[in-house]
Ligand binder design. Sequence first.
Ligand SMILES: NC(=O)c1ccc[n+]([C@@H]2O[C@H](COP(=O)([O-])OP(=O)(O)OC[C@H]3O[C@@H](n4cnc5c(N)ncnc54)[C@H](OP(=O)(O)O)[C@@H]3O)[C@@H](O)[C@H]2O)c1
Length: 231
Amino acid sequence: MSMNLAIVGYGKMGRMIEQLAPEYGFDVKLKLDVDNNAHQKGLTPENFRDIDVAVEFSVPDAVVGNLLRLAELGVNAVVGTTGWTHELSRVRGAVEKHGTGLVWAPNFSIGMNVFMRLVSEAARLLAAQPEYGAWGWEIHHDAKVDAPSGTMLKLVELMKRAGYDRRVDVASNRAGKMPGTHEIGFDSAADTITLRHQARSRLGFASGALTAARWVVGKKGFYEFSEILFG
Ligand SMILES: NC(=O)c1ccc[n+]([C@@H]2O[C@H](COP(=O)([O-])OP(=O)(O)OC[C@H]3O[C@@H](n4cnc5c(N)ncnc54)[C@H](OP(=O)(O)O)[C@@H]3O)[C@@H](O)[C@H]2O)c1
Protein backbone atom coordinates (compact mmCIF):
# COMPACT_ATOMS: atom_id res chain seq x y z
CA MET A 1 0.00 0.00 0.00
CA SER A 2 1.41 3.41 -0.88
CA MET A 3 2.09 6.09 1.73
CA ASN A 4 1.32 9.77 1.43
CA LEU A 5 4.23 12.19 1.29
CA ALA A 6 4.35 15.96 1.75
CA ILE A 7 7.26 17.88 0.23
CA VAL A 8 8.11 21.01 2.22
CA GLY A 9 10.53 23.09 0.15
CA TYR A 10 10.01 22.51 -3.57
CA GLY A 11 13.40 23.54 -4.92
CA LYS A 12 16.17 21.43 -6.45
CA MET A 13 15.96 18.74 -3.77
CA GLY A 14 12.16 18.83 -3.47
CA ARG A 15 11.86 18.19 -7.22
CA MET A 16 14.35 15.31 -7.14
CA ILE A 17 12.44 13.75 -4.23
CA GLU A 18 9.17 14.07 -6.15
CA GLN A 19 10.71 12.19 -9.10
CA LEU A 20 12.00 9.30 -6.97
CA ALA A 21 9.10 9.08 -4.49
CA PRO A 22 7.07 6.38 -6.37
CA GLU A 23 10.08 4.01 -6.32
CA TYR A 24 9.99 4.22 -2.52
CA GLY A 25 6.25 3.57 -2.27
CA PHE A 26 5.15 7.19 -1.81
CA ASP A 27 2.39 9.27 -3.41
CA VAL A 28 3.26 12.97 -3.30
CA LYS A 29 0.05 14.53 -1.95
CA LEU A 30 1.26 18.00 -1.03
CA LYS A 31 4.00 20.37 -2.18
CA LEU A 32 4.77 23.49 -0.18
CA ASP A 33 7.11 26.25 -1.23
CA VAL A 34 7.63 29.88 -0.31
CA ASP A 35 4.46 30.97 -2.22
CA ASN A 36 2.06 28.72 -0.30
CA ASN A 37 4.03 28.36 2.94
CA ALA A 38 5.39 31.79 3.93
CA HIS A 39 5.24 31.97 7.76
CA GLN A 40 4.08 28.30 7.81
CA LYS A 41 0.67 29.21 6.35
CA GLY A 42 0.53 25.91 4.43
CA LEU A 43 1.16 23.78 7.53
CA THR A 44 -2.50 23.29 8.49
CA PRO A 45 -4.39 20.29 9.92
CA GLU A 46 -6.50 20.14 6.72
CA ASN A 47 -3.46 19.97 4.43
CA PHE A 48 -1.83 17.27 6.56
CA ARG A 49 -4.87 15.13 7.38
CA ASP A 50 -3.74 12.13 5.27
CA ILE A 51 0.01 12.71 5.23
CA ASP A 52 2.22 9.89 6.58
CA VAL A 53 5.49 11.84 6.51
CA ALA A 54 6.91 15.19 5.37
CA VAL A 55 10.31 15.68 3.74
CA GLU A 56 11.75 19.13 4.49
CA PHE A 57 14.40 20.61 2.15
CA SER A 58 13.80 24.36 2.34
CA VAL A 59 15.96 27.28 3.49
CA PRO A 60 17.77 27.97 6.79
CA ASP A 61 15.38 30.85 7.60
CA ALA A 62 12.24 28.71 7.31
CA VAL A 63 13.30 25.28 8.51
CA VAL A 64 12.95 25.67 12.29
CA GLY A 65 9.47 27.24 12.02
CA ASN A 66 8.43 24.46 9.67
CA LEU A 67 9.72 21.71 11.98
CA LEU A 68 8.10 23.15 15.13
CA ARG A 69 4.78 23.41 13.31
CA LEU A 70 5.02 19.88 11.83
CA ALA A 71 5.61 18.49 15.34
CA GLU A 72 2.58 20.43 16.62
CA LEU A 73 0.50 18.90 13.82
CA GLY A 74 1.69 15.42 14.84
CA VAL A 75 3.47 14.89 11.50
CA ASN A 76 6.68 12.84 11.23
CA ALA A 77 9.46 14.48 9.26
CA VAL A 78 12.76 13.95 7.45
CA VAL A 79 14.93 17.07 7.40
CA GLY A 80 17.70 17.76 4.93
CA THR A 81 17.90 21.55 5.21
CA THR A 82 21.23 22.72 6.60
CA GLY A 83 22.21 25.72 8.72
CA TRP A 84 19.96 25.18 11.77
CA THR A 85 21.92 22.92 14.14
CA HIS A 86 22.14 25.73 16.75
CA GLU A 87 18.37 25.13 17.16
CA LEU A 88 18.63 21.34 17.35
CA SER A 89 17.65 21.07 21.03
CA ARG A 90 14.56 23.28 20.55
CA VAL A 91 13.34 21.11 17.68
CA ARG A 92 14.16 17.91 19.59
CA GLY A 93 12.11 19.24 22.53
CA ALA A 94 9.09 19.85 20.28
CA VAL A 95 9.36 16.39 18.68
CA GLU A 96 9.54 14.75 22.13
CA LYS A 97 6.71 16.88 23.53
CA HIS A 98 4.35 16.03 20.66
CA GLY A 99 5.42 12.37 20.37
CA THR A 100 6.35 12.55 16.67
CA GLY A 101 9.29 11.05 14.76
CA LEU A 102 12.06 12.99 13.00
CA VAL A 103 15.21 12.01 11.09
CA TRP A 104 17.75 14.69 10.23
CA ALA A 105 21.12 14.78 8.50
CA PRO A 106 23.26 17.48 6.97
CA ASN A 107 23.94 14.92 4.25
CA PHE A 108 21.69 12.00 3.31
CA SER A 109 24.13 10.31 0.95
CA ILE A 110 25.13 6.84 2.13
CA GLY A 111 28.65 7.36 0.75
CA MET A 112 29.03 10.58 2.77
CA ASN A 113 27.90 8.82 5.94
CA VAL A 114 30.61 6.20 5.36
CA PHE A 115 33.10 9.02 4.63
CA MET A 116 32.20 10.59 8.00
CA ARG A 117 33.17 7.34 9.73
CA LEU A 118 36.50 7.27 7.85
CA VAL A 119 37.26 10.90 8.77
CA SER A 120 36.46 10.20 12.44
CA GLU A 121 38.78 7.22 12.45
CA ALA A 122 41.63 9.18 10.81
CA ALA A 123 41.13 11.99 13.35
CA ARG A 124 41.16 9.50 16.22
CA LEU A 125 44.40 7.91 14.98
CA LEU A 126 46.13 11.28 14.44
CA ALA A 127 44.87 12.94 17.64
CA ALA A 128 48.07 12.01 19.48
CA GLN A 129 50.41 12.87 16.55
CA PRO A 130 50.98 16.62 16.98
CA GLU A 131 53.14 16.90 13.84
CA TYR A 132 49.97 16.51 11.73
CA GLY A 133 47.88 19.59 10.98
CA ALA A 134 44.40 19.31 9.44
CA TRP A 135 42.31 21.17 6.88
CA GLY A 136 38.80 20.97 5.49
CA TRP A 137 37.71 22.23 2.08
CA GLU A 138 34.33 22.13 0.36
CA ILE A 139 32.84 23.39 -2.90
CA HIS A 140 29.16 23.69 -3.88
CA HIS A 141 27.03 25.37 -6.57
CA ASP A 142 26.74 29.14 -6.40
CA ALA A 143 23.09 29.10 -5.17
CA LYS A 144 23.96 27.44 -1.86
CA VAL A 145 23.14 29.88 0.95
CA ASP A 146 25.22 28.67 3.91
CA ALA A 147 29.01 28.38 4.15
CA PRO A 148 30.78 26.35 5.42
CA SER A 149 28.32 23.62 4.48
CA GLY A 150 26.40 21.79 7.20
CA THR A 151 28.31 18.68 6.18
CA MET A 152 31.68 20.39 6.70
CA LEU A 153 30.60 21.62 10.14
CA LYS A 154 29.56 18.07 10.97
CA LEU A 155 32.90 16.65 9.76
CA VAL A 156 34.86 19.07 11.96
CA GLU A 157 32.59 18.27 14.93
CA LEU A 158 33.18 14.53 14.39
CA MET A 159 36.96 15.11 14.29
CA LYS A 160 36.78 16.98 17.61
CA ARG A 161 34.60 14.26 19.10
CA ALA A 162 37.18 11.70 17.97
CA GLY A 163 39.79 13.53 20.08
CA TYR A 164 41.45 15.70 17.42
CA ASP A 165 41.48 18.99 19.34
CA ARG A 166 43.95 20.96 17.20
CA ARG A 167 42.84 23.58 14.68
CA VAL A 168 41.11 22.44 11.48
CA ASP A 169 41.53 25.16 8.86
CA VAL A 170 38.31 25.29 6.82
CA ALA A 171 37.68 26.94 3.43
CA SER A 172 34.60 27.04 1.17
CA ASN A 173 34.03 27.85 -2.50
CA ARG A 174 30.74 28.54 -4.27
CA ALA A 175 30.74 28.24 -8.07
CA GLY A 176 28.81 26.81 -10.97
CA LYS A 177 26.60 23.75 -10.50
CA MET A 178 28.68 21.49 -8.23
CA PRO A 179 26.38 19.21 -6.14
CA GLY A 180 29.01 19.05 -3.34
CA THR A 181 32.63 18.01 -2.75
CA HIS A 182 34.18 17.69 0.72
CA GLU A 183 37.81 17.12 1.49
CA ILE A 184 39.56 16.52 4.80
CA GLY A 185 43.34 16.46 4.83
CA PHE A 186 46.13 15.86 7.30
CA ASP A 187 49.63 17.11 6.63
CA SER A 188 53.03 16.63 8.26
CA ALA A 189 56.64 17.22 7.20
CA ALA A 190 56.74 13.58 6.08
CA ASP A 191 53.48 13.14 4.17
CA THR A 192 49.93 14.18 3.33
CA ILE A 193 46.69 12.23 3.73
CA THR A 194 43.74 13.43 1.65
CA LEU A 195 40.23 12.05 2.12
CA ARG A 196 37.65 13.25 -0.41
CA HIS A 197 33.97 12.68 -1.05
CA GLN A 198 32.50 13.92 -4.30
CA ALA A 199 28.74 13.83 -4.91
CA ARG A 200 27.99 13.19 -8.58
CA SER A 201 24.40 14.46 -8.44
CA ARG A 202 21.56 15.08 -5.98
CA LEU A 203 20.30 11.54 -6.51
CA GLY A 204 22.18 10.12 -3.50
CA PHE A 205 20.72 12.76 -1.16
CA ALA A 206 17.17 12.16 -2.40
CA SER A 207 17.48 8.33 -2.15
CA GLY A 208 18.79 8.57 1.42
CA ALA A 209 16.04 11.00 2.44
CA LEU A 210 13.34 8.73 1.00
CA THR A 211 14.88 5.69 2.72
CA ALA A 212 14.67 7.65 5.99
CA ALA A 213 11.08 8.72 5.19
CA ARG A 214 9.99 5.11 4.71
CA TRP A 215 11.75 4.15 7.95
CA VAL A 216 10.25 6.91 10.13
CA VAL A 217 6.58 6.34 9.20
CA GLY A 218 4.80 5.36 12.42
CA LYS A 219 7.92 5.85 14.61
CA LYS A 220 8.55 8.23 17.51
CA GLY A 221 11.79 9.95 18.48
CA PHE A 222 14.58 12.18 17.22
CA TYR A 223 17.20 10.44 15.07
CA GLU A 224 20.22 11.30 13.02
CA PHE A 225 20.36 9.41 9.70
CA SER A 226 23.63 7.63 10.61
CA GLU A 227 21.87 5.96 13.58
CA ILE A 228 19.43 4.34 11.15
CA LEU A 229 22.09 3.44 8.63
CA PHE A 230 24.64 1.87 10.96
CA GLY A 231 22.43 0.92 13.92
N1 LIG B 1 20.90 16.84 3.78
C1 LIG B 1 21.25 16.66 2.50
O1 LIG B 1 21.59 15.56 2.05
C2 LIG B 1 21.19 17.85 1.57
C3 LIG B 1 21.46 17.70 0.20
C4 LIG B 1 21.28 18.80 -0.63
C5 LIG B 1 20.87 20.02 -0.10
N2 LIG B 1 20.66 20.13 1.23
C6 LIG B 1 20.13 21.35 1.85
O2 LIG B 1 18.72 21.36 1.61
C7 LIG B 1 18.26 22.70 1.48
C8 LIG B 1 17.54 22.87 0.15
O3 LIG B 1 18.44 22.64 -0.91
P1 LIG B 1 18.01 22.88 -2.43
O4 LIG B 1 19.26 22.66 -3.23
O5 LIG B 1 16.78 22.13 -2.76
O6 LIG B 1 17.70 24.46 -2.37
P2 LIG B 1 16.68 25.31 -3.25
O7 LIG B 1 16.68 24.81 -4.67
O8 LIG B 1 17.03 26.75 -3.01
O9 LIG B 1 15.26 24.98 -2.61
C9 LIG B 1 14.78 25.50 -1.40
C10 LIG B 1 13.31 25.78 -1.60
O10 LIG B 1 12.69 26.12 -0.36
C11 LIG B 1 11.74 27.14 -0.66
N3 LIG B 1 11.25 27.85 0.54
C12 LIG B 1 11.56 29.09 0.99
N4 LIG B 1 10.83 29.39 2.10
C13 LIG B 1 10.04 28.30 2.34
C14 LIG B 1 9.04 27.99 3.31
N5 LIG B 1 8.69 28.87 4.27
N6 LIG B 1 8.43 26.79 3.26
C15 LIG B 1 8.74 25.90 2.28
N7 LIG B 1 9.66 26.15 1.32
C16 LIG B 1 10.30 27.32 1.35
C17 LIG B 1 12.47 28.00 -1.65
O11 LIG B 1 11.58 28.87 -2.35
P3 LIG B 1 12.20 30.21 -3.08
O12 LIG B 1 13.45 29.81 -3.78
O13 LIG B 1 11.12 30.58 -4.00
O14 LIG B 1 12.47 31.17 -1.96
C18 LIG B 1 13.09 26.94 -2.56
O15 LIG B 1 12.20 26.52 -3.57
C19 LIG B 1 19.50 23.57 1.67
O16 LIG B 1 19.60 23.94 3.03
C20 LIG B 1 20.66 22.65 1.31
O17 LIG B 1 21.87 23.00 1.96
C21 LIG B 1 20.81 19.06 2.07
